[in-house]
Structure formats: structure tokens, C-alpha cells
Design a protein around this ligand. Structure first.
Ligand SMILES: Cc1cc2nc3c(=O)[nH]c(=O)nc-3n(C[C@H](O)[C@H](O)[C@H](O)COP(=O)(O)OP(=O)(O)OC[C@H]3O[C@@H](n4cnc5c(N)ncnc54)[C@H](O)[C@@H]3O)c2cc1C
Length: 575
């Protein structure tokens, strides 16, 4: 069947109606999520844990089987901590003591050119617990394959009664009827169909988003950039080989980069055992790079037994952002809304932040306390972040992609030694630039958002490699260790009035929030160091842990502040 006079899905072999099976009636849900990758699953978890009924459709029957992302940002880990999933995800991936170094080689069996030391999971957590290190967070970055993250998310979403999880079902077409979205879901084997009537639809259907295409939304930005690596056609191979078979460097690392005059490539351990991901550019060197096993052996500089599990072509060199994130009742998130070159590890992490940002707003709209501008603020807040993050990723890609590799780099003599020493300095500086990026993940700000009350302060300069803890309105609520744990852990599940000391009576704000039903908790903290970071006695923190407002006393008109935070007011409030 097809939806009458609906917008048709135009891509990816979408089936057309006709003589298919009859639909099993219409089902009503508040939200529909198309795409069960990491972004769609987070969106469904955020909705489902709030009791919002929704359906999650994923055309493939299982979570991903071919690894892509392996850098889970500190910010994503903070979200997972808020959702009670950080511990389980942290337990996956490389062993506790596996270093997460960035190591650069001519070939694995050739010369090590440079190494940027990075802590193991155990060391990173110890640094975070002691408040040292570069990541001012209870949750430092985690090096873990997307395969394992997706498996954990799937388990979490399956456990939510409000979410109807349908893997092996694709969104076939949808139509925005103005007061609801009608969506036709078809089992991937064609054996069954269901029509959903959903309040809203979120397109989390990845880079080739059919939802985006059906909405007629274009991507804008940079594409077609060619670099010796991380720009143009790329090839990723998931393979199995015994790491003790003499082909892998003795000193373990998280990423093993290969730079030589013939080609550039990258090895990433997937599980800390015998599974690896190999990434290289197509079109560099000779055609031998198209034979995955031969390319792997060539980059290793050794012949060794290996089994190719899967290979995928993909394209790097994009920094593209959708021109709109919403049309009517349909939204875009994740790769459907932006395309990155994966340098810096930002595509999935940015997408997860999208889903977090959108879901509480949709939940507020569905619950009735969300004002008319609340869901509009999703695009206002997240699109600039996608433009910012794709631009940073491009700079990282230029830096590693165009790294000058001297023709003598593999020579044993003085010329080779000098070339390696020079490149070693460059790659170590590059590794810091690309991988120590607390400014990107912790320093993001929604200052200027229509649902953030400015106080005249400005966020610190946006530096990818440095983060200055601050609570300028719009900022991510900064982390602080309190006597009993992390400050983020004492915040409520939705809005929280964070109160340092007991000087101010929260009653007027609670009363004002109660009128529209805005869910608001109060957290009282006695901690001068945390108060100094936050710079005010009172801070209103949103469900996504961004600062909506701060001041030393409540505004005279608390209702105006509540209306601003819930997207029902247009003017900014100060004390
Ligand atoms: C080599 C590589 C390394 C990377 N490394 C990192 C990294 O370290 N960190 C990082 O943050 N990002 C990284 N990325 C990017 C990251 O993998 C993506 O940004 C991420 O997968 C996007 O998640 P998503 O949920 O938006 O889309 P996807 O993961 O593409 O998921 C979309 C899902 O929707 C399904 N779908 C599509 N159409 C339909 C339909 N009509 N109906 C139902 N389901 C549908 C698809 O089958 C898929 O399961 C990397 C990418 C690559 C290629």
C-alpha cells in the first residue's frame, strides 16, 4: 500500500505501493524515529525514558556489524552517564591498561616516526577522579568501537516500555498531515506493513537520508575535497589477525597511522584482541590498494595470516550541513543533518548531542509545557554547532591529509633519520591538535539561543584544544567534584535550579514553573569551589545540562524566566 497523496521516499530503492500486504491498521504514537543507528537510538531512549510513546524503525535487522566510530567524546560519555549507561559502555572496547596513544609509522614493521602519549582507560579515569588532566569532566573520552556502543544502546532501548523497537523494518514513506505525521513502515522482507500516526518524526536515517530527500532539504558546505588521506574515496576493512603474529608494533597504541611516499593508512584495534579496522584512501599508490588483504599487508610491511570480515567504501572530504533541520513536524538529526570527515571523531558525537537537544524539547511539547518556540530552538542551537564542528573536522583533515612526507622517510641513512625526526615533530603536534579537543566537546555554547537568558557575559574564545570551565548562559553546565560525587549527578532529570548555599528561596521559581507544568527540581550544593566555577548563587540548568540562566537572586518576575526557558517567551530575562 502507499499513503494517499503523500510525499514519497525518493531514494534507496524505496518500495512503491500496489499489491503488497494489507497494513495491520493504524497505530498512534507520539514520536517516530527513522533509523536505529547511535543517534536514532539515543533519541528513542531520551523520549522513552520520559514515557513518550514512540516507534524506532531500523531497516537492518541488527545494530551495525561493520565498525566506524571509535572515539566516544567526553560529552557523549556525560550524556551516557546521565542515562545510566556510562559504566556499561566504559566496560566495552580496549582493556583497562591499553594505551590510547596515537602512533605514526612508515609501515608497522618499519620505523616509528612519532607518538603522542594518551592515557589508558584506567589512567584516564584516575585523572578525571583527581581533577587533573585536560578534560574537566567526570567522564573523559572513551576509545570504544561504535559496534559496542550500539549494542549497549540497543539493550537500553529494548528495555523501555514506551518504545516500540522495530529492527528489520524500514520507513517506506511519510506524509505530514499538519496535525500529525502518517508514516508507512514495511518489514524489510516485505512481509508486513504498519501505518503509524505519529505526533512527530525524527529522521536519523544516516548520510543518505531518505527523510531529508523527501523533505527537499539540501546539504550546504564543502564537498569533493581531495587529500592524500581523509579527502576523497576511502576504503575501510574490518579484519581479524593474531596481534602476536609479529606484524603489529610492540608498543601498543589506539591508532597506528602509516605515512610513507606511496600511501597513507590507519589501523585501529577494535576490541583489544584480534579484531582491527584498516582505513586507507582509494586511488593513491597503485591499484593494489583495492585488494584489502594485500593493502593491509603492504601497510604492515609484513606477510601474515588475516581474515577479512567486511569492507566498505566511503567518501571523506565533506563538511556539509542541512540547510534546515525541520520542516513541519519532521526533524533531522545525526548524519541525516550533517556530514563530516571523521577526523577528530565528531560525526556520531555531534549527532548524539543533536538527539539529546531535540528529545527533551519534543517531550516538553508533547507533555504540554513546551512553548511555541521550544522545538524551533533545536535548529537555532544545533545547526551552528554542526557548522562549527564540521569546520574543525576539516581543519584536522587538512592537517593530517596534507602532512608532507619526505621521499627519504623509509631510508636507513642520515637523510631518512632527518626526515623521520622532522615528520615526528609535525605528527606529534598534529595529534595534539586533533585529539586533545576539550574545547570542542565541553566548550560548546548555545549563547544567544532564544531559550537562553543572557547575563551580559560572553563565553571564552572558542578554542578546540582548550576548555575554560564557565557557566555563561548557554554553556554546558561545567563539571565539579563535590564531596559525594559529580555535580552533574545531583541534578534532576529535567530542569534543575542549582542553588549554592541556602540564601535564596526557590519557592517563587517553583511556583512559576508549576503553572505550565515545567518539571523543575532544586539541588542545593555547599561547595565554594563549584560556586566559583558557576559564578552565581543560582543557576537554572536545562535537561540537557546546559545553563539556561544564572543570577545571585531570582528575577522579580519568575514567570518570564520560566516562559523563556520553555520557549514561550521572546524577551531575554536578567536579574
Ligand atoms: C571510518 C569512520 C570512522 C568514524 N569515526 C568516528 C568517530 O570516531 N567518532 C564519531 O563521532 N564519528 C565517527 N564517524 C562517523 C559516525 O560513524 C557517524 O556519524 C554515525 O554512524 C552517524 O550515526 P547516525 O545514527 O546519524 O547514522 P547511521 O549510523 O548511519 O545510522 C542510520 C541508520 O538508519 C538506518 N536507515 C536508513 N534508512 C532507513 C529507513 N528508511 N528506515 C529505517 N531505517 C533506516 C540505517 O540502516 C542505519 O542503521 C566515523 C565514520 C567513519 C566512516
Amino acid at each position: 500500500m502507499t499513503l494517499p497523496a503523500g510525499k514519497r521516499r525518493g531514494r534507496r530503492g524505496a518500495a512503491r505501493g500496489g499489491g503488497g500486504p494489507r497494513p495491520a491498521g493504524k497505530r498512534r504514537v507520539s514520536g517516530g524515529v527513522a533509523g536505529g543507528g547511535p543517534v536514532g537510538m539515543i533519541a528513542a531512549i531520551e523520549l522513552g525514558r520520559r514515557g513518550v510513546s514512540c516507534v524506532l524503525l531500523n531497516d537492518r535487522p541488527t545494530t551495525a556489524t561493520h565498525p566506524k566510530a571509535n572515539a566516544i567524546s567526553s560529552r557523549t560519555m556525560e550524556h551516557l552517564r546521565r542515562l545510566g549507561l556510562a559504566r556499561a559502555v566504559r566496560a566495552r572496547g580496549l582493556d583497562d591498561d591499553h594505551p590510547t596513544d596515537l602512533a605514526y609509522f612508515t609501515r608497522l614493521s618499519g620505523y616509528e616516526i612519532g607518538r603522542y602519549r594518551q592515557p589508558s582507560r584506567r589512567e584516564a579515569l584516575a585523572e578525571a577522579a583527581s581533577g587533573t588532566g585536560r578534560w574537566a569532566s567526570a567522564e573523559p573520552p572513551h576509545r570504544c568501537s561504535q559496534l559496542f556502543l550500539e549494542a549497549e544502546l540497543k539493550q537500553a532501548v529494548d528495555a523501555l516500555p514506551a518504545v516500540e523497537v522495530r529492527f528489520g523494518w524500514r520507513l517506506e514513506e511519510f506524509r505530514d498531515r499538519g496535525d500529525r505525521v502518517e508514516a508507512l513502515a514495511r518489514r524489510s522482507d516485505g512481509a508486513d506493513e504498519i501505518v503509524y500516526e505519529a505526533g512527530y518524526l525524527i529522521g536519523c536515517d544516516g548520510a543518505g537520508s531518505g527523510v531529508r530527500a523527501a523533505l527537499g532539504i539540501e546539504l550546504a558546505g564543502e564537498s569533493g575535497v581531495i587529500r592524500p588521506i581523509m579527502g576523497g574515496p576511502m576504503y575501510a576493512t574490518y579484519f581479524e589477525a593474531d596481534p602476536a603474529a609479529g606484524w603489529l608494533a610492540q608498543d601498543p597504541a589506539w591508532q597506528y597511522w602509516i605515512l610513507n611516499p606511496e600511501f597513507r593508512a590507519l589501523f585501529i584495534p577494535v576490541d583489544g584482541g584480534d579484531k582491527f579496522l584498516f582505513i586507507t584512501a582509494l586511488g593513491t599508490g597503485d591499484g593494489g590498494m583495492r585488494d584489502p588483504a594485500a593493502a593491509i599487508r603492504r601497510a604492515a610491511g609484513a606477510d601474515f595470516p588475516l581474515r577479512v570480515i567486511s569492507s566498505q567504501n566511503w567518501t571523506a572530504g565533506y563538511a556539509l550541513v542541512a540547510e534546515r533541520y525541520r520542516r513541519g513536524r519532521v526533524f533531522l538529526a545525526g548524519d541525516a543533518a550533517h556530514l563530516f570527515t571523521p577526523t577528530g571523531g565528531m560525526g556520531m558525537n555531534t549527532g548524539i548531542d543533536d538527539a539529546v537537544n531535540l528529545a527533551w524539547k519534543l517531550a516538553g511539547e508533547i507533555a504540554g509545557w513546551g512553548g511555541g518556540f521550544l522545538v524551533d530552538s533545536y535548529e537555532a542551537e544545533r545547526r551552528p554547532i554542526a557548522r562549527r564542528n564540521t569546520a574543525f573536522a576539516s581543519r584536522f583533515a587538512d592537517s593530517i591529509g596534507h602532512m608532507p612526507v619526505d621521499a627519504a622517510i623509509e631510508e636507513a641513512g642520515a637523510a631518512g633519520r632527518e626526515a623521520r625526526a622532522a615528520l615526528g615533530r609535525l605528527v606529534e603536534a598534529h595529534a595534539h591538535f586533533e585529539f586533545t579537543i576539550p574545547g570542542i566537546f565541553l566548550g560548546l555554547s548555545y549563547a544567544g539561543s532564544p531559550i537562553v537568558a543572557g547575563d551580559g557575559s560572553s563565553p571564552p574564545p572558542d578554542d578546540p584544544n582548550a576548555y575554560t570551565p564557565n557557566a555563561c548562559p548557554g554553556a554546558r553546565a561545567p563539571h565539579a567534584w563535590l564531596a559525594g560525587g559529580a555535580l552533574h549527578d545531583v541534578l534532576g532529570p529535567e530542569f534543575t535550579l542549582l542553588r549554592f548555599g541556602d540564601a535564596a528561596d526557590p519557592a517563587p521559581l517553583l511556583a512559576a514553573a508549576g503553572v505550565p507544568g515545567l518539571p523543575l527540581a532544586v539541588a542545593t550544593v555547599e561547595d565554594p569551589a563549584a560556586r566559583a566555577i558557576y559564578g552565581a548563587d543560582l543557576v537554572l540548568i536545562r535537561p540537557d545540562h546546559h545553563v539556561a540562566w544564572r543570577g545571585n537572586r531570582l528575577p522579580r518576575d519568575c514567570r518570564t524566566l520560566v516562559d523563556l526557558a520553555r520557549g514561550a517567551g521572546q524577551t531575554q530575562t536578567t536579574t
